[in-house]
Ligand binder design. Structure first.
Ligand code: NDP
Length: 356
């Protein structure tokens, strides 16, 4: 059959920013080829992996310290803000700003100071010795210092029907895919700020948003709860778990089970937005760096890791704050720590405080 939702991302990885490619991220005029590709490994004093607020802030600071950082940004760069609509809590934007526009500004600022940004995923790393090895798009990068800022990705319910219908009505990104549900009914699963935010955003398009939560109270912030509960287009179904997504070729409804009584019911909807949290993106690093029990990277001191010369910033280690502004602050700290460490091992010249 023909694609029922042309352009529908059904995004699977928050950091991939699916559907976000059309967003206003400035890209290099040429295909973003790796600097020096084709002439052996690319050497850099600092390589930054990840291009959300943490990675790009690290890039601004490292570039301004004359470290000519390379940012391995990911195939679809920009991090979680690429799939966030209104950002109302990033300081300096009293009227709010769209997530993709904010990230476009971060990127422009990093590039202005000489950061080289490569829009490719990092496939593999070798942190056994310095310079560290990183491979992206078939090119080897060698870094004296490394900043890991790979963020976190959306979690899924884990249902077969959810996977089968991903991109056919099942999504984890209202900002990317909400548009496809103009005049339709949709469901959002989850009870945290992400679910509340997605539900509110979807009211711009959908006639009704059914918010499905497995408990009888939300986890999200008070202000978001109040907004969602007061919205006339949002209906909450408490104590419900989704047991299956209905539909052969596109979503036609959900099967639900009351977690208290076991009673089963159905909810006819055209779309399902899964907003149940995140998983840190550590795959390339798990053999080298320490992970905590939730799978987040463990930081030593402020931004260090168990490997000397490897620094960590943002949501890949932070499951407490997870804010753009805290990630940006982390990126700043990691870049300063990397620069000071490079200086201490004789690989960078001393930079005065005002140079930052
Ligand atoms: P949270 O971990 O806060 O919430 C996840 C929600 O999904 C919980 O309500 C949880 O239920 C539910 N859930 C988890 N697993 C399942 C499952 N398998 N089936 C059904 N439901 C499930 O994640 P969020 O993504 O909402 O938020 C993460 C962090 O980011 C938070 O600190 C939040 O405040 C922040 N955030 C801030 C925003 C802002 O400031 N604008 C916007 C978005 C997020 P239960 O409650 O029962 O555990």
């Amino acid at each position: 059959m023909s694609d029922p939702f042309p352009g529908f991302s059904g995004i699977s990885m928050i950091d991939e920013g699916g559907g976000a490619e059309s967003a206003a991220v400035p890209r290099p005029a040429e295909p973003s080829g790796p600097p020096g590709a084709g002439s052996g490994p690319v050497e850099a004093k600092v390589v930054i992996v990840g291009s959300g607020p943490a990675g790009l802030t690290a890039a601004v600071y490292a570039a301004r310290a004359n470290l000519a950082p390379i940012v391995l940004a990911g195939y679809v760069p920009g991090g979680q803000l690429m799939i966030t609509s209104d950002v109302e809590n990033y300081p300096g934007f009293p009227e709010g700003i769209q997530g993709p526009e904010l990230m476009a500004r971060f990127r422009e600022q990093a590039e202005r100071f000489g950061a080289r940004i490569v829009d490719l995923d990092t496939d593999r790393v070798d942190l056994s010795a310095r310079p560290f090895g990183l491979w992206a798009g078939g090119v080897e990068y060698r870094a004296q210092a490394l900043i890991v800022a790979t963020g976190a990705s959306a979690l899924w319910l884990g249902l077969e029907s959810e996977t089968r219908l991903r991109g056919r009505g099942v999504s984890a990104c209202a900002t990317c895919d909400g548009f496809f549900f103009r005049g339709k009914r949709v469901a959002v699963v989850g009870g945290g700020d992400t679910a509340l935010e997605e539900a509110l955003f979807l009211t711009r398009f959908a006639t009704e948003v059914v918010l499905i939560h497995r408990r009888d109270q939300f986890r999200g912030s008070k202000i978001m709860q109040e907004r969602a509960l007061a919205h006339p287009s949002i209906r909450v179904r408490w104590n419900q778990e989704v047991t299956a997504v209905r539909g052969d070729e596109v979503v036609s409804g959900l099967e639900l089970r009351d977690v208290g009584t076991g009673e089963r019911s159905e909810e006819p909807v055209d779309g399902l937005f899964v907003a149940i949290g995140y998983k840190p993106n550590t795959d390339a690093f798990r053999d080298w760096l320490e992970l905590d029990e939730k799978g987040y990277l463990v930081v030593q001191g402020e931004t260090g890791s168990r490997v000397e010369g490897v620094f960590i910033a943002g949501d890949v280690h932070d499951h407490r704050y997870r804010q753009a502004v805290t990630a940006a602050g982390d990126g700043c700290k990691a870049a300063i720590d990397a620069e000071r460490w490079l200086e201490s091992v004789g690989l960078a010249e001393s930079v005065t405080a005002t140079a930052w």
